[in-house]
Design a protein around this ligand. Structure first.
Ligand SMILES: *Cc1c(COP(=O)(O)O)cnc(C)c1O
Length: 241
């Protein structure tokens, strides 16, 4: 990384932190109530380390293989590491003991696989349940009407700790469309919170990315996952003229 790249990264991080803080205030929250997760996919260990030096406290990866490679290179030292991507049950074993939170538990089957692996390692794994809020057939995640049953079944597992919900709304051309999904998610979050399930703590509502994180925070998110606004465009996002 050049000195210039390092400076630009630092500036982008400060700008995102400031925008998160302002959105928090608009939502009637304190800036420190919002957890900023840097989605670091396709950014190498050096860039991840630079981001941590510049103030990033939580990193989120969405591919197991990439996470393991960067983990070996001590990319995440000094930060909290979370998993935010699609997860196959046969890869769960690589994450236990490395990630503090698995955000993307979109089925009871996956939750059970995590419980089994966590039990083997004698740890209690924090998870979020991923909700398919847009009811998209191509997307993983629980439908709203499946949540109660999933919580009832997964909250029985002593090696799991449900800490909240995560959602990725459909790609929308209008931000107002996403706002309605975010608001609906917040309502679901509050409903579950009110039901007070044993062994479940509704601490985190994870939604909002580069294009819509301020809206998400205004609608009740307290965890946002931001990649592009922090690291710049990923290689495949750069469209040549
Ligand atoms: C990449 C990614 C993000 C961040 O996306 P940006 O639009 O680059 O901010 C958030 N959540 C998940 C699950 C991701 O894979």
């Amino acid at each position: 990384m050049t000195e210039q790249e390092n400076m630009e990264l630092t500036e982008r991080i400060q700008s995102v932190q400031e925008r998160v803080a302002q959105a928090a205030l608009r939502a009637g929250k304190k800036p420190e109530d919002i957890i900023l997760v840097a989605a670091s996919k396709m950014n190498d260990a050096e860039r991840v380390r630079a981001a941590i030096s510049a103030g990033i406290k939580v990193c989120g990866e969405n591919r197991v293989q990439e996470l393991l490679e960067k983990y070996e290179q001590h990319a995440y030292d000094g930060a909290d590491l979370q998993f935010i991507g699609t997860l196959q049950t046969n890869k769960v074993k690589y994450l236990i003991g490395k990630v503090s939170l698995i955000q993307s538990v979109g089925s009871v089957h996956l939750g059970e696989a995590i419980a089994k692996e966590a039990a083997k390692h004698n740890v209690r794994q924090d998870i979020l349940l991923e909700v398919n809020i847009g009811r998209e057939t191509a997307k993983s995640g629980l439908l709203i009407e499946e949540l109660d049953d999933a919580i009832a079944r997964l909250s029985e597992k002593p090696s799991l700790h449900i800490r909240g919900l995560m959602a990725i709304p459909p790609i929308a051309d209008e931000i107002s469309k996403n706002a309605s999904y975010f608001t609906e998610m917040h309502q679901v979050f509050v409903d579950i919170l009110t039901k007070k399930y044993d062994n479940v703590n509704m601490d985190y509502l994870s939604m909002g990315m580069t294009n819509d994180f301020e809206t998400a925070i205004e609608c009740g998110a307290n965890m946002v996952r931001i990649g592009t606004a922090i690291f710049g465009a990923r290689p495949y996002q750069i469209v040549s003229p």
